[in-house]
Design a binder for this molecule. Sequence first.
Ligand code: NDP
Length: 282
Amino acid sequence: KVLLASICVAYLAVKWTSPWFDAESLKGARVLVTGASTGIGEQMAYHYARFGAQIVITARREKVLQQVVEKCLSLGAQKALYIAADMSSESEPAQVVDFALEKLGGLDYLVLNHIGPSPFSMWTGDVDHTRWLMNVNFFSYIQMAWRGLAALEQSRGSLVIVSSLLGKMASPFVAPYTSTKFALNGFFGSLQHELAMNKSNVSLSICTLGLIDTDSAMEKVKGVISVPAYPASDAALNIIITGATRQLDLFYPWFTYVVAACKDMFPSVTNFIIQNSFTYSP
Ligand code: NDP
């Protein structure tokens, strides 16, 4: 109990000492958001639009992107453009960054959020899918980050990585997905050190999310697990604030911080809870 209380107090102390968010700072900000046709990415696009940012969004489905762009303009975006791209391709991730740099004349926020679809099921040996998912959820991230880094350095910008509690704690039925998120946390955790040691102008935020009520997530966990899902719009706003206030990380909802901090202290308890949270019979 004392340990748990200390972890909660540590979390609150970090939150209370966080820098103040100035919404005005996003007016005219040049932003690229990936995976913005649906879910959290779509909600981020709408928030940036309300703050008066200039936005480029991307995903694969052009028609849906078109509708999101129209809504962004109606919500107050100074500029809203889209580019359809497949992040499993070798060349398209870099082309998306180049498009944003050209259309916006630079970049203040690079928000990497997309994920490829992946089954919610026991691992049955599909290595090809895992390799493909690594391309979409990991390799495209590091490619885009590298392509955008010089522009972010120039603008004193922010790189925001949307990750998951499953990037810190493995769970059943998501082996390929959780591997991609662990890879992201490892890579960008290392990059955070390097940017700091180089006294870089770029801030790098890694966002750890719990279950969020997007259609794709809800479809997967329906009837299998009963964990509360948090609203995508609120998750999106928290990610944006984390980037704008140049914080190293976000834990949303707050208790993901406690779960991540406790999981290695009590591994057998954590494993028991995880394995018994699912409705499953072999
Ligand atoms: P969604 O499944 O709702 O959205 C995924 C987005 O990625 C869509 O815009 C989709 O658009 C795009 N996308 C899919 N495949 C590709 C591809 N090959 N190339 C380019 N774009 C692609 O995801 P969420 O909003 O639920 O999740 C957003 C982020 O939040 C992810 O990083 C996820 O890991 C993280 N997260 C989500 C949680 C949740 O419970 N929802 C929990 C923890 C973390 P299109 O199909 O048009 O290409």
